[in-house]
Write a protein that binds this ligand. Structure first.
Ligand SMILES: *Cc1c(COP(=O)(O)O)cnc(C)c1O
Length: 389
């Protein structure tokens, strides 16, 4: 069987060959001039992705979950009140993480498929003093995007720190850290950033750094304490080296290369491209008579699309036929939507023809599994929108 597959899952994504190539270079010392230069440039480019001049970026070995935990452990102290806005699986995970750290967690929970209501968050913040509010930009379990900008406008009027889990959005959907008053953005390499799994990426605003500095109690985790990392990042940003723990050198090379490609395309162009691709996928899905998980079209994320299976289409059969017969890998559901939905990831360096191939594979697979649809109808409706690219 052919090993060629088109990977259309919400991370890891299809990586650019040039990004993969730089990973196979000989590993230099972490204090070598080459590494110092490339790491320094990557940190500068990260600020462009986060749309910030003043925030401090961090690049740490780990996954998105480590980034989630690192964002909060540095800012909470025992007894603090934290509000978790939960619109799916990763919102629930944030509450679980926080409960391990001796804080009082209130969850503002929405049905899966719904987006958070900014005015309800406002009422919550008026009711109680929260040290932190966390919001998942795109919950990967549902494909719902929260209105990070409007929520930011509200949080700005409070002392509360605003943490955004951007793992499935950063570098594909706007997250204007400075303008929208975001205090911490966290993400991971393998999603829209376009680098193989292994990097936790964060940025802390100056306000968040001040809260860290005023801590009374040390961070209850050694590796994740930003106090250990700050001198290291500041050194690399100014053309010097410093050591706290060995950096994942080859992954940093890949990060440097992927960020170069994103900055060359232009971050605003990338946001626009993601939006058009998202619209094209959703239009095809609708034409095929299928429904997406987000309950309103305006909630739909640009980075992935979660689709309900039609009656009588079995999850394992669908994904196996897609992968083995059509060579296209899509993801199943997470948590309570397991076996009920499939998810198409469409972020990063994705091309119009990847969308066409995926929609065409979905049509053929559905037909084989007994769902009545006309070959080419979904493709035609996607193509119409892809012309805008
Ligand atoms: C993927 C994802 C995570 C977890 O990232 P890992 O790298 O799998 O640990 C967290 N939040 C969101 C929104 C995600 O999509």
């Amino acid at each position: 069987m052919s090993e060629r597959k088109l990977l259309m899952i919400p991370g890891p994504i299809n990586f650019e060959p040039s990004v993969l190539r730089v990973m196979s270079t000989t590993t230099p010392s972490h204090v070598s001039p080459t590494f110092i230069r490339l790491f320094g440039e990557a940190l500068q480019d990260l600020k462009k992705i986060f749309c910030t001049n003043s925030a401090q970026p961090f690049v740490i070995a780990g996954s998105g979950t480590l980034a989630m935990e690192m964002a909060v452990v540095n800012l909470v102290e025992p007894g603090d009140n934290v509000l978790v806005v939960s619109t799916g699986y990763f919102g629930e995970r944030y509450a679980e993480i926080l409960k391990r750290h001796n804080v009082k967690v209130d969850e503002l929970k929405y049905a899966w498929g719904e987006a958070a209501k900014p005015e309800v968050i406002k009422e919550k913040l008026e009711d109680k003093n929260y040290k932190i509010v966390t919001v998942t930009h795109v919950d990967t379990s549902t494909g719902v995007a929260n209105d990070v900008e409007s929520i930011g406008d509200i949080v700005k009027d409070f002392e509360t720190l605003y943490i955004v889990d951007g793992v499935c959005a950063t570098a594909a959907m706007p997250e204007r850290m400075d303008e929208w008053g975001i205090d911490v953005i966290l993400t991971a390499s393998q999603k829209a950033i376009g680098v193989p799994p292994g990097l936790a990426l964060l940025a802390f605003s100056q306000r968040a750094l001040r809260v860290y500095e005023k801590r009374k109690i040390k961070v209850d985790n050694y590796f994740m304490d930003i106090g250990n990392w700050l001198p290291v990042l500041k050194a690399y940003e100014t053309g010097q080296a410093a050591y706290f723990a060995t950096p994942p050198i080859n992954l940093v090379f890949a990060l440097h290369q992927s960020l170069r490609l994103i900055v060359e395309e232009g971050i605003e162009n990338r946001f626009r491209r993601s939006k058009i691709i998202g619209q094209a996928v959703r239009s095809a899905i609708k034409t095929l008579g299928l429904t997406i998980v987000p309950r309103k079209p305006k909630y739909a994320a640009d980075t992935l699309t979660a689709v309900h299976y039609p009656n009588n289409v079995n999850d394992l059969d669908f994904r196996k036929t897609m992968a083995d017969k059509q060579g296209v890998v899509v993801a199943g559901g997470l948590g309570k939507l397991k076996e009920k939905i499939f998810r198409i990831g469409h972020m990063g360096p994705i091309a119009a023809n990847d969308v066409v191939a995926t929609v065409s594979a979905i049509e053929k697979t559905l037909l084989v599994l007994g769902y009545p649809c006309k070959l080419g109808e979904g493709v035609a409706s996607a193509q119409k929108i892809l012309q805008e690219l």
